[in-house]
Design a protein around this ligand. Sequence first.
Ligand code: HEC
Ligand code: HEC
Length: 357
Amino acid sequence: MKQKLKLLVIVLGVALFAALALKSLRVDAQTQTVTAGQKFKNIKVLTDMPADQMGQVMNMMSASLGFNCAGCHAAGDKDFEKDTNDHKLAARKMLEMTFALNKQFFEGKPEVSCNTCHNGRERPVAVPNLLPTAPVERPKQPAVKPLIDDILTKYAASIGTKDSLAKVASRQIKANRIETDGKTIEPEEIWQKGGKFRSELKYADYVVTEVFDGKSAWKRGGNDPIELKASEIDQIKRDAMLFANPDLKSVYAKLDYRFMDRIDGRDVYIVQATTADNQRERLVFDVATGSLVRRIASSMTILGQFQYQVDYSDFKDFGGVKLPATTRFAVPNISWVRKITEVKNVAVDDSKFAQPK
Ligand code: HEC
Ligand code: HEC
């Protein structure tokens, strides 16, 4: 039973409540967004929040305080509507205070969030640090602004040569997924062909499948479809389209160089990428190797930006094409790592990328 519960939590967390959304009311086309007040059982403050922000907002509150869900909810079970934990009552007041601050002082914009004060701690620190650490400074900027086309050319060359890329049209990948706890590991299988993508993640006999056929994205848990939010669909698409794709102009409508920064002691170029539907993302390229090492996307919630960060590292040559053998995905409160163990550059039938039935 404990195992089952853990599974549920992992799946819920990962799906950011998409799975939970299934069980409740179905919205027909005419109705407006379902609010948290309509969908959940005991909502007193987040009444008008779109219900599909619930998972994001709960995970943002958890990350801001360094709590897990049980930090505010009935011990570890799924009775989230119960009011038996004092922290939940305190959090309600804090939500009210946060919204009031933004309303009164920031024209209603979500400038102040839980993290502004809590910064990962249960209790904010009011006293200034008496041994302040030096602020991290940006490296000296290049004398001549790098051209985006040069950054993209170097990026393409970092993946493979024209010939080697032309040779590998599709592949089958075996990987391991390491969960937030750093210990739980699930096997994952990936098929990929051009911008098409399918992954099957195996939690024992429960398989979570994600498919992108070049146009639409789907997700399933076992035999049931998992409803996806627009922002989740975007991320599945983008992950699929970026996979060893040397032509980033086919993914983004606009790419602008912003500045040079330093991550983990390495100089990087920061590029702002805008999609055709005007979503902004940040791409980070290693200056020395040309590799894409980070991508940051976000979606808006009532508590401000919910960030999604993907870090690519450990680039290895798999039959003439370089792939990041380690990819770390992170959203507030949840992160997981994909480690590639085997790549076969083989033909993959298009039926793999069809809508799962
Ligand atoms: C800092 C405290 C806090 C943390 C941490 C927290 N929650 Fe909550 N949660 C609340 C509060 C407060 C409400 C009620 C909001 C309201 O009344 O408007 C709530 C409501 C909920 C509800 C709606 C229950 C219902 O039917 O009324 C769900 C589901 C939920 N939380 C899930 C989670 C999950 C899952 C996590 C961990 C990822 C989590 N919460 C972490 C404070 C917290
Ligand atoms: C303007 C600053 C500020 C913001 C914003 C803020 N808090 Fe707090 N919060 C505090 C302070 C200060 C305390 C500690 C009060 C004390 O020590 O008794 C606190 C205490 C708490 C506690 C009780 C902790 C305990 O151990 O008793 C919870 C739970 C909490 N905050 C949750 C939240 C959540 C959730 C949000 C976002 C919705 C939030 N806070 C936003 C300042 C803030």
